[in-house]
Design a binder for this molecule. Structure first.
Ligand code: PPS
Length: 569
């Protein structure tokens, strides 16, 4: 089991000539524009990374995978890989219908024969695959709030690989890696999966794992989709390249994997193992809380710290890949070296910097010692994450109509402009509806589109180092959350609940709209005939009753200061 068989594995691509012909014919087919996650899944389906899958799961395969991690033919497969689509798209399809799968520019990547079309039980999928139907889990949130309501299943015929313009020389299909290992005579290979920058402890543990397994080392980072809020892959790859030099020459290589992670802990570990086995790897490092999604809504871990190792161990024989358990490495000050935490005697000084502490030090521009990370890595991280006081950010005021959002937003804008340093843009509810969303009404669907547009613009402003102040009603929790995710990829998000009560807003009725809403002359009016879901985790709640606007705006400024977003010169 520990030596690899490097024969090529099956891919789903057709020959170049057939691809040209198919592409031509596919122009007339109904076509589906793939989401970023579906593009990742399709790439690994087509290049054999998801072998033995031959397409998106059929209903029978899906049920088997959800219930007991097995396809209908009994093969082990822990993760549902579905083409989730809208009801409108699915309604137009008949069984056996071919559809064209296109990337976001409209390029046809594959043809799929739709054999199955069903509405999944998403709550059950969440429970079985991710362990809980809890929206704090990023994949459960995706399942309920981003994935389409209908799944399509059926075989895929590959026409061309998704195009990547970044790090092209570092991306390898399973068969390219197999050929590379064959050429170099690498017969035992241990892979390290990661979605984080590598620091010294990781370098030590991967090097030890390779020595222990007497294997070559493949650093195999995920560059498809990882956990929202992670360091972007451009920065990470520059960091990995710096770390590669720290290994003995010719023992180690790196390849980038365009996987869309689900953060499914134990099931994810087995999935990762199967994917690596397809890439010709013989050993796989599984650590504490592998692919863990963070805390659940009750503040507890979703999975036990070693659940992933257990499930992997149970299946490794069948998977054809052996687990190397992760050694938790810590710095021993007296001996100035990393050692496995479980081998250290009492009485020595052990140092460690947690992920949270590292983020804090980056955010505040504080020292990051050399025993913790390589200077080249820290330099790259600092370029991407300048201290918070120099980053862009978004203030998102949410509350009922007439709660005072716009007034506070205007006061805040002026105060920030007085301070200077960063450009400020105000995206007020009414103004946005005039310039960005003039065709939209107030149904849930339209409100969501409106808020996502605001979120998109704010995320671009944040990315480019500016300050965006948004002041829409934004009545739905899940939409506010997706805006938060969009923005936190680039900078801080400060959600402010302007918590003026409905009675007070109605009493003020500054625009006379509540009166009209009560009389039924305005439909779907927030608070009267339409819902407002109060934020549970806003960074700040301001109560405008009995407090003047200037003071409310000051409360926001103080919050921004506490978050490290504004600082003295
Ligand atoms: S949402 O839900 O976030 O998309 O709403 P938003 O874009 O902030 O727009 C709210 C402003 O539109 C006016 N208006 C209504 N609000 C709520 N419900 C209904 N049906 C409605 N119809 C018109 C209202 O003036 C809101 O402005 P603000 O500044 O919030 O008072």
């Amino acid at each position: 089991m520990s030596m690899n068989n490097l024969a090529p594995i099956p891919e789903l691509y057709v020959s170049h000539e057939s691809a040209l012909k198919l592409k031509d014919e596919a122009g007339d087919l109904p076509s589906w524009d793939l989401t970023p996650r579906q593009i990742c899944d399709l790439e690994l389906l087509m290049n054999g990374g998801f072998n033995p899958l031959k397409g998106f799961l059929t209903e029978e395969d899906y049920n088997g995978v959800v219930d007991n991690m097995r396809l209908a033919d009994g093969s082990l497969w822990p993760m549902p890989i579905n083409l989730d689509v809208s009801e409108e798209f699915a309604a137009g399809l008949e069984v056996g219908q071919d559809i064209a799968l296109r990337d976001q520019e409209g390029v046809i990547l594959a043809i799929m024969s739709v054999t199955d079309n069903w509405k999944p039980n998403k709550a059950k999928e969440a429970e079985k695959v991710f362990g809980a139907d809890d929206l704090a889990h990023p994949a459960v949130n995706y399942l309920h709030n981003s994935a389409g309501p209908v799944y399509l299943g059926g075989p895929v015929t590959g026409i061309q690989q998704p195009v990547h313009y970044d790090f092209r020389g570092r991306r390898d299909t399973p068969n390219e890696l197999r050929a590379y290992f064959r050429k170099l005579g690498w017969r035992r290979i241990v892979a390290f999966q990661t979605r984080n920058p590598l620091h010294r402890a990781h370098q030590e543990l991967t090097f030890r794992a390779a020595k222990e397994a007497q294997a070559n080392l493949l650093i195999h980072p995920v560059v498809g989709m990882t956990k929202p809020g992670d360091v972007d892959h451009f920065t990470r790859v520059r960091c990995y390249e710096a770390v590669l030099d720290k290994y003995p020459a010719a023992t180690t290589n790196m390849s980038l994997l365009n996987l869309a992670m689900r953060m499914a802990g134990p099931r994810e570990a087995v999935w990762h193992g199967l994917i690596r086995a397809n890439h010709g790897v013989t050993h796989f490092i599984v650590g504490r809380d592998h692919a863990g999604p963070g805390k659940n809504s009750a503040g507890e871990d979703f999975y036990g710290p070693y659940d992933a190792q257990e499930l992997f161990r149970e299946h490794q024989e069948e998977m054809g890949i052996e687990m190397v358990d992760f050694k938790h490495m810590v710095w021993v000050q007296e001996r100035a070296q990393y050692e496995p935490a479980d081998e250290i005697e009492e009485g020595v000084t052990v140092l460690n910097i947690s992920g949270t502490e590292l983020r804090r030090r980056l955010a505040e521009g504080l020292d990051i010692p050399e025993w913790f990370s390589f200077p080249e890595v820290v330099k790259e991280l600092r370029k991407t994450r300048p201290p918070r006081a120099q980053q862009g950010f978004t203030v998102f005021l949410t509350g009922l109509s007439g709660s005072g959002k716009s007034t506070i937003a205007n006061a805040l804008m002026v105060k920030l402009m007085e301070m200077g340093g960063r450009p400020v843009t105000l995206l007020d509810g009414d103004v946005v509806r005039k310039h960005l969303s003039s065709e939209l009404g107030f149904s849930k669907e339209h409100r969501d589109i409106n808020i996502k547009r605001i979120g998109y613009v704010a995320s671009e402003i944040t990315k480019n180092g500016g300050i965006a102040i948004c002041a829409p009603i934004a009545p739905y929790t899940s939409t506010r959350r997706s805006v938060r995710e969009m923005i936190e990829a680039y900078g801080a998000f400060c959600e402010v609940h302007v918590a003026t009560s409905l009675e007070e807003c109605e009493r003020r009725d500054r625009k006379g709209l509540y009166k009209l809403a009560r009389e039924g002359k305005i439909k779907e009016f927030t608070g009267i005939s339409d819902p407002y879901e109060e934020p549970a985790n806003a960074e700040l709640v301001v109560d405008t009753e009995g407090v003047d606007v200037d003071n409310c705006a000051h409360q926001v400024l103080l919050k921004l200061e506490a978050m490290g977003l504004i600082a003295g010169n």
